[in-house]
Write a protein that binds this ligand. Sequence first.
Ligand code: EPU
Length: 337
Amino acid sequence: MRLERNVSLKPYNTFGMHEEASHFVRVTSLDTLREALRTPGVPPPFLLSGGSNLLLTGPLEALVLYMDTRGREIVYEDGDTVRLRVLGGEIWHDLVMWTLEQGYGGLENLALIPGKTGTAPVQNIGAYGVELKDVMHSCQAVELATGKLREFSREACRFGYRDSIFKNEARGQYAIWSVTLELTCRNHRIRDQYGAIRQQLEQEGISSPTPADVARAVIAIRSSKLPDPARLGNSGSFFKNPVVQGPVYERLKEQYTDLPGYPQADGSVKVPAGWLIEHLGFKGIRRGDAGVHAQQALVLVNYGQARGSEILALAREIQEKVQQAFGIVLEPEVNVL
Ligand code: EPU
């Protein structure tokens, strides 16, 4: 194990923030992780995976554990389904493309999501009608206090919209070590109901899409709206889409007749935060090097030298204006540190 001091985290966060970690260990095996956790006199651990859902607003006085593991293993296969155990450090999108090359279905709607496999269960990543909970069988996590490996079933993860036990009761207590995905080998379940996917496939003249067709459509849509973090610093959607009670939505709709809304099973309505932010004139605006993406108002961007505090100030300004105008509180989706 190599313990490094005062390491710049710029290469490790997609917002491109320059902040330093006081202590840093690259984790390549369970032994390295356990040794790092047992090191005397180090500050509390902080798990760093793809850094794609993180806004650093200052130096990190922490033992940063950078998850850099690789490994994919078939643990079950019966001709219809396959279970793949994947180590947390695997790049999510590379994994998605590899499963499609193997002829496995299930991850196609989740193509091009930045980050690594280990953070997928933490925030229950989702896009275009599919969430990780729909394809995850279980995951293994290392308890930071003891170094013990523990198995979590899908139910035990208590998944919700961009939410899981790892963001609540178990927050800060575990490092996700591996994720076991349950995918289809045949009779794939194609999920192309999402309007933008349908349109994209229609344009290509495809009426019975394969998982690979859906992935191509998702990649085309995402590339047209969401900035590539390698070119423009960002963390995807900065806020969650708020969920309001049915009558609250009805009242808003009287005033804002074109306000979109997605009814939920319990009668509440999910409102696209991007619409609220765009309606208030924020789309494409820039304050120094901090800005709101011109193609997707839910994405805040770093044009180069923005500090975390500047991105945060812009986020707060948006939250205030949205609350004043619509009475809706926007919650950040990104982890602000
Ligand atoms: N909209 C606007 N203006 C905008 C952006 C969106 O009016 O600038 C409205 C439109 O009505 C549009 C609707 O919002 O139809 C939905 O937009 P979009 O399909 O782009 O999705 P989103 O709700 O903004 C969510 C996820 C994304 C995910 C997409 C596709 C959250 C917080 N975000 O965004 O996830 O890729 O759906 O499923 O739920 C992420 O979590 O980082 C992320 C990118």
